[in-house]
Design a protein around this ligand. Structure first.
Ligand code: F6R
Length: 366
């Protein structure tokens, strides 16, 4: 059932060209520059009136939610908060009932997320669930359900469900942004064309697994790792760190790169590899400065960079390449590369990859 792969995680990483294709199939209209989401029960008028959205999630889904916040704000002009489900309920949320709640939960059964959604809908908020499991509890608690069509995920570490969540978030942001007149049909079209190219580009990332494996083996004995990124690459850094600690048991921290100088820089030495997610975009120059900051502390820097970036080698020790895409979509490709980095690190350390210690696939206790 592992289809020849050594672990479910590796199989699921390799399924991403298909799982992403299935998630957007039939929804992207290049001609109209729009995304059709028939399952979204919000009228155009309601969408126009939206003032605020709150994304609620845990773990990897929460990391996806940070990207969602940036997308809803940029493409749909909706002020969006991202909340950790286990904190939300106990933090006296100020809701007036006009906010949209978006729950992201792969399993649809995470107790903290369910509880947080119930408390927001008790204020009268409209709700959308993004989940991978048909008929899961969250689907009965939400007005609209947007499915990630990633297929069953067996490995405890979320991989293909994460990238499928990103795809749903892009589609929802484009749909809301078009309804609200925040983005033009042409801007939407550019994104849609780029989304359709992702499955082939993921295939390319997968074909470079030997290089990523070499990098993983080189640093598998390190005790600490840092992952840094800015803007859309910040959640990629968080997810890269979460995946590494989860399956390889290496202490890893994900940071907004600009935050390094406010504390964590004290921990950077020649013994801490720093993964810098440095795909091209409007924060590229800034991340280069952050790379110089850590290099000055003798850190080994592994950069995730675009194929057409010809200068990055000058600044870093190792480059993991991903195909160039629309600036907003790069997180999908970088995340796949980092999943492979975690996988091969855990493999080199002979860890229990599909069932990491102390963790469960679905967390049904609060
Ligand atoms: C990490 C991981 C967890 C889950 C979290 C939420 O690889 O899988 O962090 O993302 O437990 O689970 P769902 O998405 O089912 O609510």
């Amino acid at each position: 059932e592992k289809a020849g792969y050594e672990h479910f995680m590796l199989k699921e990483i390799h399924e991403q060209p298909t799982s992403i294709q299935n998630t957007f199939a039939g929804k992207l209209s290049e001609l109209e520059g729009n995304v059709t989401l028939e399952e979204l029960y919000l009228s155009k008028e309601e969408i126009k009136r939206l003032k605020r959205a709150t994304i609620i999630a845990c773990g990897t889904s929460w990391n996806a939610g940070i990207l969602g916040k940036y997308l809803f704000e940029k493409l749909a002009g909706i002020h969006t908060d991202i909340e950790t489900a286990s904190e939300f309920r106990y933090s006296n949320p100020v809701l007036c009932g006009e906010e949209l709640t978006i729950a992201i939960t792969q399993s649809g059964e995470t107790a903290d997320t369910l509880a947080a959604v119930r408390s927001s809908t008790s204020y009268g908020c409209r709700s959308i669930a993004i989940t991978n499991v048909v008929g899961s509890t969250i689907t009965r608690e939400s007005d609209s359900v947007l499915y990630t069509r990633a297929g069953p995920e067996i490995g405890v570490a979320a991989t293909k469900t994460f990238t499928a969540q990103l795809i749903v978030l892009y589609m929802l942001a484009i749909n809301l942004g078009r309804a609200r007149g925040v983005i033009s049909a042409d801007e939407a079209k550019d994104l849609i064309v780029a989304i359709k190219r992702l499955p082939g580009q993921i295939q390319k990332v997968l074909s470079r697994k030997d290089t990523i494996n070499e990098c993983a083996v080189q640093f598998a004995d390190k005790r600490d790792y840092f992952f840094i990124g800015r803007y859309l690459n910040f959640p990629v850094a968080l997810e890269g760190a979460l995946k590494l600690k989860e399956i390889s048991y290496i202490h890893a921290e994900g940071y907004a790169a600009g935050e390094l100088k406010h504390g964590p820089l004290a921990l950077i030495t020649d013994e801490t590899p720093v993964v810098a997610i440095a795909t091209k975009g409007h924060t590229y120059e800034k991340i280069l400065s952050n790379i110089k900051e850590v290099k000055a502390r003798n850190a080994t820097v592994i950069a995730v960079a675009d194929d057409d970036d010809t200068e990055i080698e000058k600044y870093v020790d190792v480059v993991i390449r991903v195909p160039s895409t629309h600036e907003l979509l790069a997180p999908v490709l970088s995340s796949v590369a980092l999943q492979l980095l975690s996988y091969y690190t855990a493999l080199a350390k002979d860890c229990s990859i599909d069932k990491p210690r102390n963790l469960a696939k679905s967390v049904t206790v609060e």
